[in-house]
Design a protein around this ligand. Sequence first.
Ligand SMILES: NC(=O)c1ccc[n+]([C@@H]2O[C@H](COP(=O)([O-])OP(=O)(O)OC[C@H]3O[C@@H](n4cnc5c(N)ncnc54)[C@H](OP(=O)(O)O)[C@@H]3O)[C@@H](O)[C@H]2O)c1
Length: 388
Amino acid sequence: MHTGSCRGGSFHFVGGQNPVPPSQCRYLASCYPLNVSSFPPPTHLTLLLLNTFARFPILMGKNLMHAVQYHSYGGGPAALKHVEVPIPTPSKDEVLIKLEAASVNPFDWKVQKRMLWPLFPLKFPYIPCSDVAGEVVEVGQGVKKFKPGDKVVGLVNPFYGGGLAEFAVVKESTAASRAPEIPASQCAGLPVAAQTAFQAVTQSIGIKLNGSGERKNILITAASGGVGHYAVQLAKLGNTHVTATCGARNIELVKSLGADEVIDYKTPLGAALKSPSGKKYDAVIHCATGIPWGTFEPNLSSNGKVVDITPGTSAMMTFALKKLTFSRKQLVPLLLIPKGKNLQILVNLVKEGKLKTVIDSIYPLSKAEDGWAKSIDGHATGKIIFEP
Ligand SMILES: NC(=O)c1ccc[n+]([C@@H]2O[C@H](COP(=O)([O-])OP(=O)(O)OC[C@H]3O[C@@H](n4cnc5c(N)ncnc54)[C@H](OP(=O)(O)O)[C@@H]3O)[C@@H](O)[C@H]2O)c1
């Protein structure tokens, strides 16, 4: 007799032929809450049927999936629980995606730490992560752009959550198509991190990605991180000189992404944000945290601006003060406004080989808590990816 266990139950096989692989057993456990060992020895036909239903639980009328969720604020990686929950149903303007990859952003664990409350109040239990890529398996009645079988990338509504799972729903308006040859892991980092970089580069600073436009000197802080590494590549598609900061171990990587000058943020030059060639910055895309306005100010050109993607209280006060005093040097807080059409531009850039995702690490969904801990640690190089 073969005996095994899986989340949600245990399974027993009498007869010893072809036990169903553990990767499929969670469906069996949920579809068959009976003690299977009380059945007669399975034949090849019964095993085939069991395997079929294991692969397509929807046929059994039990639409369950593996997901990772938490039940209250706080607790970090240890609070993530592996569960079996119903596969969500897409509403009128949504598509249901069978996920091939998802990615974590600092936003995800900041929400868990209640750092963004009351802006993002959660309903528990909550499945974290918003960035997803996979294949459409079902569409809502009103969906026009996508059909089952399409490869897509999208942004799960963060108020409801849902990315750390085998299936997720996203609104048609926040999704983009992906050519099947582009790996899902290359696209799963785009919805939040690359869209934030895109918004900063093209809208806040006004850089044109076709290289036209006035030449600008740009500083990008934390250029090795999720947002920063996309920002360097996008800024270099425009007519820019990019100075970037990162840790010593990532200097060569950030240069390879296109940065003209790279400074180690732990050196005096890096801490002062000084361009080695003495350039003043027309704009800063500030992806690090904890750097005061006084450090930026002497490095800015006469009407330079700092686009702060993590504005705290002091940054918001600087923003208000600079506005009220009509200062030519400005601090601009940025909040991502996700748009499917921007995401599509980014996916197309990946397809054309003009933008790539640097992958820090890939974790199976079964080890989601390890990837979560890695993101909280704050030292990822590029994106942390999960695969179901
Ligand atoms: N406003 C919005 O809508 C929006 C959207 C997306 C993200 N964000 C925020 O933007 C921030 C960055 O996000 P992310 O995804 O890029 O983070 P991330 O990937 O976790 O950033 C980690 C990277 O930052 C580097 N780093 C940390 N401190 C640094 C410093 N002082 N100088 C230079 N490099 C430094 C680290 O290098 P080492 O390992 O060498 O230390 C590491 O490579 C987060 O606070 C996030 O919440 C805001």
